[in-house]
Ligand binder design. Structure first.
Ligand code: ADP
Length: 270
């Protein structure tokens, strides 16, 4: 596994900004205190990762994040023997580190990972909260301050890449969507530095583009892309250039679809 798919953050000194859109912070905290694993569902770029970073900092927990991909195996999470200075040494993977040291292990896009990953997650997600390490012969018991959080995007999974009911029924689940208009304006303004009044037009445009999802577009424009667009505009880029680079090109490769989106963008800013 490439190390770029894993990051470990010590408890943050400052809490990353997260604008709550419901009672998700409360639910997260309850799940953590009751030692229950959490599943976050929702489209890409709608705030799931920021939410987990915010909650980890709020609860004073280290955060071990793994971006799952289709080559990711159970050993990438648990660890493996590596050759070091002529000797083989066991090196913990991010999941094992989180279980040994405590903290949140966040598996982003968990459905992308290989099937054997669910096998290691199962004993951790019921009341045993165990992580058996076959290779070292250890069985680790998760401490009270360990929490497993996984996310996936139900929107673009094909039938083979979805969570089996036997896995999803082990989690407390929370659905995410793009934030409501006012909240999204606040988020885009705060993250980009563009005045809120100017962000409003972008967020209204996003609503129109999101309405095209399913007909022409596989995914609606994300909050992340809106922030990119607003940041480029705040830095002085002409609005249409910024919109083309952030709201058109990333959404589709189909010239007809791009034309359709451009018309909507021009109707707003042209
Ligand atoms: P996801 O994990 O769902 O793909 P992210 O959490 O990375 O998406 O969100 C993308 C960006 O959108 C974040 O970096 C953050 O700037 C912004 N964002 C989205 N929702 C919120 C929110 N509710 N509060 C603060 N920032 C948000």
């Amino acid at each position: 596994m490439t190390t770029s798919t894993v990051s470990t953050l010590a408890p943050a000194a400052s809490i990353p900004f997260y604008e709550s859109v419901g009672r998700e912070c409360e639910l997260f905290e309850h799940a953590y205190r009751q030692r229950l694993p959490l599943l976050l569902k929702g489209p890409t770029g709608c705030g799931k990762t920021r939410f987990v970073a915010h909650m980890a900092a709020k609860l004073g927990l280290p955060l071990h994040t793994v971006s799952c991909h289709d080559d990711l195996t159970a050993s990438d999470l648990t660890g493996r023997y590596l050759l070091k200075g002529g000797e083989t040494q066991w090196v913990d993977g991010p999941l094992t580190r989180a279980v040994r040291e405590g903290g949140i292990c966040y598996l982003d896009e968990v459905v992308e990972a290989r099937k054997d990953v669910t096998v290691v997650l199962h004993p951790l997600t019921d009341d045993r909260r165990m992580l058996p390490l076959e290779r070292t012969g250890e069985t680790l018991e998760a401490p009270d301050n360990f929490m497993l959080v996984v996310s996936y995007n139900p929107g673009y999974q094909h039938i083979l890449k979805t969570l089996k009911p036997s896995t999803r029924q082990r989690f407390v689940a929370l659905s995410f969507d793009f934030p409501p208009f006012d909240a999204e304006c606040d988020i885009v303004a705060r993250e980009s530095g563009l005045p809120r009044e100017r962000c409003q037009a972008l967020v209204s445009l996003a609503a129109r583009l999101r309405a095209m999802k399913g007909q022409d577009l596989e995914e609606g424009v994300s909050t992340r892309l809106l922030i990119y667009c607003a940041s480029l505009i705040a830095a002085g880029m002409p609005v249409m250039d910024a919109a083309r680079a952030t709201l058109l090109e990333p959404l589709s490769d189909d010239p007809d679809v791009l034309c359709g989106i451009e018309e909507v963008v021009l109707a707003t800013f042209g």
